[in-house]
Design a protein around this ligand. Structure first.
Ligand code: DAH
Length: 436
């Protein structure tokens, strides 16, 4: 039987320290909680509807089955703020979440089906909204403060000063509200510059849900609109968690997001651990007001599809979602949430360390970007293993271990040495570090 659900409040200090102002630029308490692994009518990029007119909102027409094409010229341009790489460009248009037999597609469909069953015909589903959005849509429209760390080019991919690769599906809230949508689910690929390890990848997938409540609905329910939104939010999301994970224990945490008040995180007890499943809350009224929907209240949630899929299917490495190895893909079947992934091989890792005096241009995300561009998915992890400051010289040294490993084949020494050499020379030329 399910334990009673309760709302626990974290000590304020904890919330403040690791919440939205966390160094990683996430919008919640834990670093990539939502980002990491959880998250359809698709918005198409009709070129006409959408021609790149400065930084104006480029929205799209709803349709059930087309996919936006992103060309290289759309995202890699000659602009001083542009930090989109070839590697990232290669991920746009992969649309893993649209593949019915892919773990991400399986979870997306399971969530959409849950909403369809709970609210037949009510929720519009978007899963091909164009991933290039204005900074206004990505940040301002969802009330992300102007000094928030997630706006930094160290965390976000900029095309120009006013255009980014969306870093969360919340970037579509305001535009859909303005279009008159009242119940919707948005699934899409989202992009964040970040460190490299088994659960972090610069592209991952999220799902966003929004549901509006009118004064009449609240009157019928005998409570205020805000009360109705909060009550419904918890009921609906507990039901969702049960659909995905079975009869699990759950608990609610108060948390902070710029776009909701109050804000919550749902955790479930799964395989002996408390696991954060999603972030949600009652939408800030200003978002509704700005979209011309001031007579409504709403709930909203956001979740990371990879995170859910890794937990549910026992997938140990986030890079596996991107492999075209059939030993991976053949294990998953549309509609089957019970699959447990069986590792098909473990090739040995190859560790290479690099030490240098850091510069102003250095950041771990920048190092990871370089490594990813050189080695692609052969890089499994980049970790800081030593750090010290020489006070006399006024210089700080970092030693990073780069772990190379393929999930598909064994790597040769020569191959890895060549990659490592390239990384070494690029950190010098691009990040101006001094090798030691
Ligand atoms: N956008 C948040 C993130 O990426 C996730 C999220 C949290 C979305 C709460 C929401 C919400 O709509 O209400 O970390």
């Amino acid at each position: 039987a399910m334990a009673p659900v309760c709302v626990l409040s974290r000590a304020p200090a904890l919330v403040a320290r690791s919440s939205t102002f966390s160094a990683k630029g996430c919008f919640s308490r834990s670093t990539r909680a939502l980002c990491a692994p959880f998250t359809s009518v698709r918005l198409l990029k009709s070129r006409a509807a959408y021609s790149l007119s400065g930084s104006t909102t480029r929205l799209l027409a709803a349709s059930a089955s087309s996919t936006a094409t992103v060309t290289k010229e759309d995202v890699i341009i000659d602009h001083p703020s542009n930090n989109v790489t070839e590697n990232i460009f290669g991920k746009l248009d992969m649309n893993l979440h649209q593949r019915p037999n892919h773990p991400l597609g399986i979870i997306k469909f399971a969530i959409e089906n849950y909403f369809e069953k709970e609210f037949p015909g009510k929720f519009n589903k978007f899963d091909s909204l164009y991933p290039v959005v204005s900074t206004k849509a990505n940040f301002d429209d969802v009330l992300i403060p102007s000094d928030h760390v997630s706006r930094s080019p160290n965390d976000t991919y900029y095309i120009d000063d006013e255009t980014v690769l969306r870093c969360h599906t919340s970037a579509h809230q305001a535009e859909l509200l303005r279009k008159g949508e009242t119940h919707f689910l948005v699934t899409g690929d989202v992009y964040r510059r970040d460190s490299i390890d088994a659960t972090h990848y610069p592209v991952f997938h999220q799902m966003e849900g929004v549901c509006l409540f009118s004064a009449e609905e609240a009157a019928a329910a005998g409570c205020t609109q805000a009360e109705l939104a909060e009550k419904e939010l918890k009921r609906v999301l507990e039901g969702l968690a049960k659909t995905l994970f079975g009869e699990v224990e759950m608990r609610w945490y108060d948390t902070y997001f710029p776009f909701t008040e109050p804000s919550f995180e749902l955790e479930i007890f799964f395989k002996g651990e408390w696991l954060e499943v999603l972030g949600c809350g009652v939408m800030q009224q200003a978002i509704l007001d700005d979209a011309g929907r001031n007579e409504y209240k709403a709930w909203a949630f956001g979740l990371g599809l990879e995170r859910l899929a890794m937990v549910l299917f026992d997938i140990p490495d986030i890079r596996l979602f991107w492999t075209d190895d059939e030993r991976f893909s053949k294990q998953f079947k549309a509609g089957d949430l019970a699959t447990k992934f069986k590792s098909y091989s473990k090739f040995p890792p190859c560790n290479k360390d690099v030490s240098f005096w850091i510069s102003d241009k250095f950041s771990e995300n920048n190092l990871c970007e370089i490594t990813r561009n050189v080695a692609g998915d052969l890089v499994e992890e980049v970790k800081l293993i030593d750090e010290f400051t020489n006070e006399k010289k006024g210089k700080t040294s970092h030693c990073y271990r780069i772990v190379y490993r393929s999930n598909e084949r064994s790597l040769t020494d020569e191959e890895i040495n060549a990659l490592q050499e390239e990384v070494r020379s690029l950190v010098v030329s691009k990040l101006e570090v001094e090798l030691r």
